[in-house]
Design a protein around this ligand. Structure first.
Ligand code: BJW
Ligand code: ZN
Length: 255
């Protein structure tokens, strides 16, 4: 793995660092990605599970799929990549800079690792709500589906859905806006573990690049962002990020 010397220099002098993460960051925690050869979309069709139409066609199937993914979260923990991003936030803020992390992930592992300034643009697997009265569902309600009977709201009998963003749905406006603002103002923008194929999140590093940021991609494979990145570090996030943060920390101690 080759760290980018130019990228490290940019990080040393950066006043503002922003990050976009995707499913690849959680892969080494045991959470499957979507588009990799062993990803969720190889086994399931997104249009049959991750859209409102799919949900309305078979709510119990969709609730069950999300419940299985939620159960997995009880067994996983943040990996060295998540922890390094929390360390990076500390390093940048301790030297008076600003740090913001936008994640497409719905697993909550950045927060569990100690990252403070996190925007979840695709929602959270840990929450559900009623499609009719919008009330937040209790854990009991979330689990109340039975074969042929979907989970329903105990107040109004509406269907209970996960608080995630499906295809064709708007992203939470304030969270997206915050991600766009920091992208426009970032000196360094890191895109980590995302195929950079799903918009509008995939547009954030491009926004940063257009505004003059050094855009560094960390991913074992080429992505849709690669042609536009200032540097691409080929490696997994749990190996690259700790090295990157260690190198930055040494450089900051010397300066
Ligand atoms: C590692 C690693 C390791 C592996 N270390 N890396 C045509 C053109 C442009 C846009 C559109 C279009 N047609 C439709 C659209 C819009 C659509 C879209 O972008 N579609 C594209 C697929 C074409 N977007 C939307 O619909 C969004 N809403 C929207 O646009 O609203 C406005 C609107 C309204 C009405 C009509 C039209 C527009 C909403 C998108 C919501 C995405 N939701 C999902 C599911 C969330 C819930 C759930 O979890 O089930 O979000 S889809 C899925 O993809 C999930 C992810 O957050 C998202 C991104 O995936 P991610 O994270 O990049 O993962 P992968 O698997 O793709 O990549 C993993 C990467 O990790 C790979 O690169 C690996 O190499 C790497 N990796 N191991 C580091 N160890
Ligand atoms: Zn309700």
């Amino acid at each position: 793995m080759q760290l980018s010397a130019e990228g490290i220099d940019a990080l040393v002098s950066a006043d503002s660092v922003a990050v976009l993460t995707g499913a690849g960051v959680s892969a080494e925690s045991g959470v499957p990605t979507f588009r990799d050869p062993d990803g969720l979309w190889q086994q399931f069709k997104p249009e049959e599970l991750a859209s409102m139409n799919a949900f309305l066609a078979n709510p119990e199937l969709v609730q069950r799929w999300y419940a299985e993914r939620r159960n997995l979260l009880d067994e996983v923990s943040p990996n060295a990549g998540h922890l390094a991003l929390a360390d990076l936030e500390r390093l940048v803020t301790e030297k008076g800079g600003s740090f913001h992390l936008t994640t497409q992930n719905v697993d909550g592992l950045h927060q569990a690792a100690g990252s403070n300034n996190v925007g979840e643009v695709h929602g959270s697997l840990r929450r559900s709500y009623c499609v009719d009265c919008k009330r937040k569902a209790t854990t009991k309600e979330m689990k109340s589906f039975r074969s042929g009977t979907p989970a329903r709201c105990s107040a109004c009998d509406g269907l209970i859905r996960p608080d995630v963003v499906w295809f064709g749905e708007m992203l939470p406006a304030e969270v997206l806006q915050a991600g766009e603002n920091v992208a426009r103002n970032a000196d360094v923008y890191l895109s980590v573990g995302t195929s950079a194929e799903v918009y509008p999140a995939a547009g954030l590093p491009l926004l940063a690049r257009d505004a003059g940021a050094f855009v560094m991609e960390i991913n074992p494979r080429k992505t849709a962002l690669t042609p536009y990145a200032s540097a691409s570090i080929r490696g997994t996030s749990a190996t690259v990020l700790p090295e990157l943060v260690k190198t930055l920390s040494r450089r900051l101690e010397m300066s």
